[in-house]
Design a protein around this ligand. Structure first.
Ligand SMILES: [Fe+2]
Length: 306
């Protein structure tokens, strides 16, 4: 299997990936327009903002006016939720063009998408659905990522999914599948730690075992979010990636574990439903910042000692 040159650079030295501006290794927040004034007036300066690309695919008006103002003051990550990278029928060229228009307009420090599919023929499904981990899907997903990176003229990050079921057709693990994508396409990875916890609980494997096998050196951004707890028909725990509440303590523990291994990384607090007032979201971001600061100090001490 061919290895993309960007994959080797990512693995050997993450500080040398091109000259493009990058997100700071601090906590960021999913941007909601109702928080704009509070964010701009706050003495606490959030590290970066992330928006869903699909919310800015219209030509003009209020959303663009607000985001243009925020962009003047904050690093920006554009996160797509509708490209359907895992689509069995190919990428929608019109959606890709709309994504390119948003990226060209805002020149974000980072662009990311999900390992999922959400369109079938011309129907848009309101969910991020899982893909089977087999060779045919791997080839197709790599092809799609090549197309996206070519169209945007830049690398993208791919996010690990939260899943509720597996496919009998899968012939490799999720971590092997994601590693193979990074090797072949040179894309970076967005590690959603809540997704790891949700999937691990739903499938009954260990989140730390998953992380031990994940290509962590390719991770350039982290997502943290809240999830809802339910039970399945057999009475077993079922977690839903709901983004509607504070981050669970078990997810904070996993985050601490990852940052201890990798050092500080840009970390987004996602909160998309039942969105609270800014101070609540800010508290979550400050908790992430405290963990990042603690490990930055440890890393600095290690460097001084060596
Ligand atoms: Fe996420």
């Amino acid at each position: 299997m061919s290895v993309h040159p960007a994959f080797e650079i990512t693995r050997s030295d993450r500080s040398r990936q091109g000259t493009a501006a990058r997100l700071p290794a601090r906590a960021g927040a999913g941007f909601k327009p109702q928080h704009a004034d509070a964010i701009l007036k706050d003495d606490f300066r959030i590290g970066f903002l992330e928006v869903h690309a699909e919310n800015y695919m219209g030509a003009g008006g209020h959303p663009h006016r607000i985001l243009t103002r925020m962009r003047e003051d904050f690093p920006l990550s554009i996160h797509g939720v509708g490209l359907s990278i895992g689509s069995p029928t190919g990428l929608d060229p019109e959606h890709l063009l709309r994504l390119k228009t948003v990226v060209d307009r805002y020149q974000p420090e980072q662009v990311s998408e999900h390992l999922a599919w959400s369109t079938h023929d011309s129907h848009f499904l309101n969910d991020l659905l899982p893909v089977p981990y087999d060779q045919a899907t791997l080839d197709r997903v790599c092809d799609h990522i090549d197309q996206v990176q070519e169209a945007l003229g830049r690398r993208m990050l791919l996010e690990n999914p939260s899943t509720y079921l597996g496919f009998e057709a899968s012939t490799m693990s999720e971590t092997d599948f994601i590693r193979a994508i990074a090797r072949r396409t040179g894309c970076g990875l967005l590690l959603d730690i809540n997704n790891v916890h949700v999937s691990a609980t739903n499938h009954g494997y260990g989140a730390r075992d998953y992380l031990a096998d994940f290509p962590l050196l390719c991770v350039e951004e982290i997502h943290l979010a809240g999830h809802a707890e339910d039970v399945d028909d057999a009475g077993l725990p079922l977690l839903i990636d709901s983004h509607d509440r504070p981050i669970d303590d078990l997810v904070w523990d996993l985050y601490d574990h990852v940052i201890a291994k990798l050092g500080p990384l840009p970390t987004l607090v996602e909160w998309d439903n039942e969105v609270p007032d800014w101070p609540v979201l800010k508290r979550e971001a400050q908790r992430a910042d405290a963990i990042l600061d603690r490990h930055a100090i440890v890393e600095l001490g290690r460097r001084h000692a060596s």
